[in-house]
Ligand binder design. Structure first.
Ligand code: SF4
Length: 340
């Protein structure tokens, strides 16, 4: 049996052509799957029964299975989904007034082992397919009963190490026949796989790019994010300058503040010098602890003092409030298993 959800719109059009059906049938079927979110071919009521029977002989529609859900006091919700091969991933719903964001996973686990991140401690299991990434948005939308406005690729996994599938997922999320989410409302976050940043410059959709920076010199960054050895800061900053120049767009830097590691005055000074001249905004994120981790979160006074010392050279600095951290739904706290 073949999963109809694994077809891009283009592939579905080809299939419809092979079946000898009218062209518009592809739009009808795609809409049933990605807008109405059905998982039973019999529910495609604008297809004749004979056509549905024919489809059912060879095709089915997969759906992520909800294994568990948790809700934090601030209304953030975390969902544990089981995939067809019984692997688990997590997605997080973050409602903030009119903005309804979902944070999606792009891999089962992650190979990069960043110290600031729980996912990094479980290792890499596999890449997600584009439809498994997009299905998180569809299922969360159904579960919370709200049209989602924003999608961030910041869950489990490094999106640029699953580049093709992530871009296909972005196209599906953005398309009129798909989930119809504005490209500017989609953010892809990377630790800085530089060759992919250059490649991403060519991607035509106006998706936002975020860089998980977390250190302003190679030694500190490498301690928190070992990938720095392969992609040193000099190379990363060069790629980012190229991206902002070509796209004429501002970039977002995420900087997780870890007590005594990257939150001191000299770190702020280095960060300011490193980013000066790059059109950017900086999100300072207090480190979210996870089970077994020895790193600590700085105090609010320390965080504010760090932010203040950046303002002179880098005015667009925000301190991001951690959402859902008590249920391990905050930034860097996903693991594919519910541990709270
Ligand atoms: S921060 Fe991102 S890249 Fe680093 S280990 Fe976690 S999921 Fe992987």
């Amino acid at each position: 049996m073949i999963n109809l959800k694994s077809f891009t719109f283009f592939q579905l059009k080809e299939l419809i052509k092979e079946l000898g059906w009218e062209e518009y049938r592809a739009t009808q079927i795609f809409t049933w799957i990605w807008q109405k979110g059905i998982n039973d071919i019999d529910q495609m009521t604008n297809l004749a029964k004979t056509k549905r029977e024919l489809l059912k002989e060879k095709y089915y529609i997969s759906q992520l299975k909800l294994a568990k859900t948790q809700k934090a006091k601030d209304s953030t919700q975390k969902f544990l989904f089981t995939l067809m091969d019984d692997e688990n991933i997590e997605s997080v719903y973050i409602p903030e007034s009119s903005r309804k964001t979902v944070c999606v996973s792009t891999q089962v686990g992650c190979a990069l082992g960043c110290q600031i991140c729980y996912t990094g401690q479980i290792g890499f299991l596999r890449n997600l397919k584009f439809f498994e990434i997009a299905d998180q948005v569809l299922q969360v939308q159904k579960l919370v009963g709200q049209k989602l406005s924003n999608v961030v690729f910041m869950g489990m996994g490094e999106p640029f190490l699953n580049y093709e599938e992530c871009l296909k997922a972005v196209e599906l999320l953005n398309s009129d026949n798909g989930l119809n989410i504005g490209a500017r409302k989609i953010t892809v976050s990377t630790v800085g796989i530089t060759d992919k940043i250059y490649q991403f410059t060519q991607f035509p959709l106006q998706v936002k790019l975020a860089i998980s920076l977390n250190g302003a010199d190679d030694k500190t960054r490498n301690y928190l994010m070992p990938i720095t050895k392969k992609y040193p800061l000099k190379e990363l900053i060069e790629a980012i300058r190229h991206y902002t120049k070509m796209k004429k767009k501002r970039i977002t830097f995420e900087y997780v503040l870890v007590k005594g590691i990257n939150d001191r005055a000299p770190d702020a000074d280095k960060l300011r010098k490193l980013l000066i001249g790059i059109p950017c905004k900086i999100n300072l994120i207090p480190f979210n602890p996870y089970p077994g981790c020895k790193l600590k979160q700085p105090t609010l006074t320390e965080i504010e003092s760090f932010a203040r010392s950046l303002y002179t050279g880098l005015p667009a600095v925000t301190i991001r409030k951690s959402k859902g951290s008590e249920i391990l739904a905050g930034c860097g706290q996903l693991s594919g298993k519910f541990t709270t």
